[in-house]
Design a protein around this ligand. Structure first.
Ligand code: AMP
Length: 249
C-alpha cells in the first residue's frame, strides 16, 4: 500500500500568537514554525504502517514557501521515504490545496492519503473532505485508530459522544485526530540522513491549478481577555454570588 501524507508548515503550537497592528492577520515575523501537530500524527501512523509491512512507501507532500522544505525534512527524518514540495509563496486556501493534492494523487497513485484533521493556523478542517470529494474516494475523518483488514482499512472515528467504526474500501482518504498515536522524535542520525534525501519540486502552474484566493480576510481579532476569578469563603457565599451577581441560578 502506497501512502501519501500532506504536511503543512504552521506556527509552532507553543508560540503565543500576536495579531498584527492593522488586524490583517497574525504576525509571522521571527516566529517559530513547525509541522502541523496533526500532520506529525499522520506521518507517524504512515511510518508505523510501513514498519508493520502494511505500507510499502510513504511520500510526504507540502505546499507552501521555500521554508516548507524544513517541514518535509522533518517528515523524512521521522521515516518518510521521499518528499514532494509544491512551491508557492502566497496564501493557499483548502480548495486549492485539495486540487493540487488531487493532481499529485493522479501522478503517484497512492492507495491512501493520510492528512491531519485540521491545520492549527487557519483551523479550516476542510482539505481532507474536499480531496475525498474531488477524487470520489472513501473518507474516514477524525480517526483515532487504523487497522488493515483484508485489503480494506477499518478506522475508528471520534464522533460526538462516542466512537464510530467504519470500513473504508481503498483508495481512501483519512484525516487523523489527536489520540491516534504519539509521534516519535527523529534521531540525530536520521536527521542527518534526511538532509541528503531529494525533495522533488513542483509548482501550482505545472499542476494546472489556479490558486487565486476566493476569500479575503476582513479582520483578525484577539479573543476577549477573561476576567479574573474570585475566591469565595463558603458554599453560602458561592450560591449568593451565583444568584445575585452572575444571575446563573
Ligand atoms: P485544513 O483543511 O487547512 O485544516 O488542513 C487539513 C490538513 O490538510 C492538514 O492537517 C494537512 O494534512 C493538509 N494540508 C492543508 N494545507 C496544506 C499544505 N499547504 N501543505 C500540505 N498539507 C496541507
Amino acid at each position: 500500500m502506497k501512502v501519501l501524507v500532506p504536511v503543512k508548515r504552521v506556527i509552532d503550537y507553543n508560540v503565543k500568537v500576536r495579531v498584527k497592528a492593522d488586524r490583517s492577520g497574525v504576525d509571522l515575523a521571527n516566529v517559530k514554525m513547525s509541522m502541523n501537530p496533526f500532520d506529525e500524527i499522520a506521518v507517524e501512523e504512515a511510518i508505523r504502517m510501513k514498519e508493520a509491512e502494511t505500507a510499502t512507501e510513504v511520500i510526504a507532500l507540502s505546499l507552501g514557501p521555500t521554508q516548507s522544505q524544513e517541514t518535509l525534512r522533518t517528515a523524512l527524518a521521522m521515516g518518510a521515504d521521499r518528499a514532494i514540495h509544491v512551491v508557492h509563496d502566497g496564501d493557499l486556501e483548502p480548495l486549492a490545496v485539495a486540487k493540487m493534492i488531487a493532481r499529485i494523487v493522479a501522478e503517484e497513485s497512492p492507495d491512501v492519503v493520510i492528512l491531519g484533521k485540521q491545520a492549527i493556523d487557519d483551523d479550516a478542517n476542510q482539505t481532507g473532505q474536499m480531496l475525498a470529494g474531488l477524487l470520489g474516494w472513501a473518507q474516514g475523518t477524525f480517526v483515532s485508530k487504523i487497522e488493515a483488514a483484508n485489503g480494506s482499512l477499518k478506522v475508528v472515528r471520534e464522533v460526538d459522544g462516542g466512537l464510530e467504526s467504519v470500513m473504508l474500501t481503498l483508495p481512501a482518504i483519512i484525516t487523523v485526530d489527536l489520540r491516534l498515536n504519539d509521534p516519535r522524535y527523529a534521531s540525530l542520525p536520521n536527521i542527518m540522513k534526511a538532509r541528503k534525501k531529494e525533495i522533488a519540486k513542483r509548482t501550482p502552474e505545472e499542476l494546472g491549478v489556479d490558486v487565486t484566493p476566493h476569500l479575503k480576510v476582513v479582520s483578525v481579532e484577539e479573543p476577549p481577555r477573561r476576567k479574573s476569578g474570585i475566591k469565595v469563603g463558603s458554599v453560602g457565599e458561592l450560591v449568593d454570588k451565583l444568584q445575585n451577581d452572575a444571575g446563573a441560578i
